[in-house]
Design a protein around this ligand. Structure first.
Ligand code: ADP
Ligand code: MG
Length: 704
């Protein structure tokens, strides 16, 4: 680690990235142009061009002490994967030279047969292939040159999250450009999806972390009674950073800046020990890569500070879990953000087209969006009262609601103009109000010039959410295009207005500006016919519905086989996750917690006996009462543990993936809850020194 003060931020920023600056400097002009063409238009890159790029990349990397290169990809585990090869090529005379060819840059064949493929690879070939994604720049980490790649099977089936993401960006681009050209914006040649994902996380003491098998193995606490204080004082949100936490965040910023990740905002979150980091938005696939890197670097830097960084969606019961807000918009190559309402949204037809297209897309494919954020971890969060409910609805705020209403009712919209905020003190600068207020309870909120999808979990890649969003919007844009394409120019605007109005009438049920956390909303949503898919097994059948298959295959995002493979992978992952949690819980209860109870009961009994020897008349009521309660708890918990164990054995026997996942949802999770209730109840009776693991209070409030 170099001296922190030795470099300025502009010098440090992107210093470990083979970015456009490096390419321009190091590549011959024609080669640089060819690479750019590939990045911008997705055109094929010739091998002789790749050879020159590889050579320049190698020289650049060697100057920075790099010894290896790796194709970096995002298999269906949701994590990233890498396999490192060194540059060395031994010569006959015993010496080595350092080599890196265009072929090695462009294509890799990791023997990656152990990644989940949902049966795709078994049918075709065991090998997976990685292929360079030139639109995301290569970078250096731990003395290796990282080359972002896609990962697919011999037959070209996507085995990763990046391939369908790129396909969905392409689909959206195609439909949006076509429509914009038709609407008279002839200069628009390209449209890209922009994403900024705010990442929440917990920081806890590493030593305490290592003492908890549940955190180590499953990423969340499976047992543990709530501390006497939780987040009810609301004193952590945006609170003053502790010096060591601040130092951690600072180093995290710097490490990410070096990797060209534009992190910008950091603050304490609502729950104790919870924090957030937000980057400046980028093109979707680069943003997704950068979010994966952010999660890795968060963990790595945490290690240096003797912290553990928890990215699980629900590490602690009773306090907020962590999410990842996916801020999303679409921009043209001419620099227009298509979701920017401008000064006069009521007169901005282009904005209205895209706003209503998103509303229609989200309503029409709400089930798929829900599935895009489904995981065993995130299910603990959705619907709990800190997170948006599992019902998808859209918040647009008062002003836009007014505009939409006037479109629907065909009335004129009275523009209120920017309202000055009245703060009651003349010395303060005048601030105008945004045209949307905030609604923290909405799962899909319009926030000024972008939509913020708040359902994604903190641990998973945001690729899925953006794949569904891009594809659904592409589909709606295509429908608009189809309606307009044969309409004479002079009738176009009128036809468009009629169409927007119809779309709005059909989809306005998804608009909801109220409090999404209330029971009334659940009832109201039901009346409106909105889905409430509370958990992954309940949601998954929608993924393989005809409507879903039609959507994805039509736009070339997934083949039928890819859809089914993802269905299998998600269900299997859900079942496996809960299976591991069940085994871990049984182990902690049987081996560790019971030992704690027994030790305490033994000491209590001995103490009572000694007391009786000294004071024969003493009743020992306190000891007796505690012993009785502990004895009862011990009996109950052994029984609950037996039930969990035998039900888990039963689950192991179920072959059908959906039935199996449902069994984990309906039987194993309630078994685990029941066991936890007993154990956590007993925890209150046992002094800390007898407990086999650190308590919530120690973990959440001891960080310095
Ligand atoms: P907020 O106050 O709503 O959190 P910020 O301006 O802080 O708004 O932005 C939050 C996140 O949204 C940041 O990651 C930011 O880069 C991202 N963002 C802003 N504009 C866009 C856009 N046009 N497309 C995608 N993300 C965006
Ligand atoms: Mg935000």
């Amino acid at each position: 680690m170099e001296n922190k003060n030795s470099r300025s931020i502009p010098e440090m920023y992107g210093s470990l990235v083979f970015d456009d600056r490096e390419m321009r400097e190091r590549l011959p002009k024609d080669i640089y142009k060819a690479v750019h063409k590939t990045i911008e238009n997705g055109s094929h890159l010739e091998l002789d061009v790749a050879n020159v790029v590889a050579s320049a990349m190698k020289e650049w990397a060697l100057e920075r002490g790099v010894t290896h290169f790796t194709h970096w990809f995002q298999p269906m585990t949701g994590l990233t994967a890498e396999k490192h090869d060194s540059f060395i090529a031994p010569e006959a005379d015993g010496s080595v030279i350092l080599e890196f060819s265009g072929k090695e840059l462009v294509k890799g064949e990791p023997d990656a047969s152990s990644f989940p493929s949902g049966g795709l690879r078994a049918t075709f070939e065991a090998r997976g292939y990685t292929a360079w994604d030139p639109s995301s720049p290569a970078f250096i980490k731990d003395r290796s040159l990282y080359i972002p790649t896609v990962f697919c099977s011999y037959g070209g089936e996507a085995l990763d999250k990046k391939t369908p993401l790129l396909r969905s960006m392409e689909a959206l681009n195609k439909q949006a450009v076509r429509l914009l050209n038709l609407l008279g914006f002839a200069d628009v040649k390209q449209v890209h999806t922009t994403v900024g994902s705010e990442q929440e996380y917990f920081l806890i003491d590493k030593d305490l972390y290592l003492k908890r098998k549940d955190l180590l193995v499953t990423g969340r606490t499976l047992l543990g009674a709530p501390a006497s204080k939780g987040q009810e004082m609301e004193d952590h949100y945006f609170g003053v950073l502790k010096p060591k936490v601040s130092a951690y965040m600072h180093e995290l910023d710097e490490e990410l800046w070096k990797l060209g990740v534009p992190v910008r905002t950091k603050h304490n979150e609502v729950a104790p020990a919870q924090h957030e980091l937000a980057p400046v938005f980028e093109t979707a696939n680069v943003a997704v890569d950068h979010n994966q890197l952010t999660m890795e670097v968060m963990k790595k830097v945490a290690d240096k500070y003797n912290y553990a960084c928890l990215l699980h969606e629900k590490p602690f019961e009773g306090i907020n879990g962590s999410g990842k807000h996916n801020n999303w918009s679409i921009s043209t190559n001419t620099g227009v953000n298509l979701l920017n309402p401008g000064k006069h949204p009521a007169g901005n037809l282009l904005f209205q087209v895209f706003l209503i297209a998103v509303i229609a897309a989200v309503d029409e494919y709400a089930d798929l969006l829900r599935i895009s954020v489904a995981s065993a971890g995130n299910d603990h969060r959705l619907g709990a009262n800190e997170a948006p409910p599992a019902i998808i609805s859209i918040f647009v705020g008062d002003e836009l609601s007014g505009i939409l209403e006037s479109i629907e009712k065909e009335t004129d919209y009275e523009e209120s103009g920017k309202i000055q905020m009245e703060m009651g003190a003349e010395v303060l600068p005048h601030i105008t109000k945004d045209n949307t207020d905030r609604n923290r309870t909405s799962p899909f909120a319009f926030t000024g010039n972008k939509f913020e999808f708040r359902m994604p979990g903190s641990a998973v890649s945001v690729a899925n959410a953006n794949i569904v969003l891009n594809t659904a919007v592409a589909e709606v844009l295509e429908q608009i295009y189809d309606t307009l394409k044969d309409v004479p120019q002079r009738q176009q605007e009128e036809t468009l207005r009629i169409l927007l109005r119809q779309m709005l009438i059909r989809h306005k049920r998804v608009l909801f500006n109220g409090n999404g956390y209330t029971d009334e909303w659940v009832e109201e949503a039901k009346r409106r016919g909105l889905d409430n898919l509370r958990n992954l097994p309940e949601a998954m059948p929608h993924w393989i519905s005809d409507k879903s298959i039609d959507l994805f295959t039509k736009h070339g995002i997934f083949t039928r086989e890819e859809i089914f493979s993802r269905y299998d992978i998600l269900l299997e992952n859900f079942a496996k996750t809960i299976h591991i949690e069940s085994l871990t819980m049984q182990d902690m209860v049987r081996k560790d917690f019971t030992a704690g109870i027994v030790a305490y009961m033994k000491d209590l009994t001995q103490e009572a006996c000694q007391k009786k020897t000294l004071l024969p008349d003493c009743a020992c009521t306190m000891e007796e009462s505690i012993l009785k309660r502990l004895d009862q708890a011990a009996g109950e918990l052994l029984k609950a543990c037996e039930t969990l164990a035998s039900d888990t054995k039963e689950a192991e026997q179920i072959d059908d993936l959906l039935t199996c996942a449902q069994f984990y949802q309906d039987t194993i999770l309630p078994d685990m809850e029941e066991l936890r209730r007993i154990v956590d109840g007993a925890e209150y009776l046992i002094p800390d020194q007898y407990l086999p693991y650190p308590t919530y209070a120690e973990i959440l409030f001891s960080l310095r």
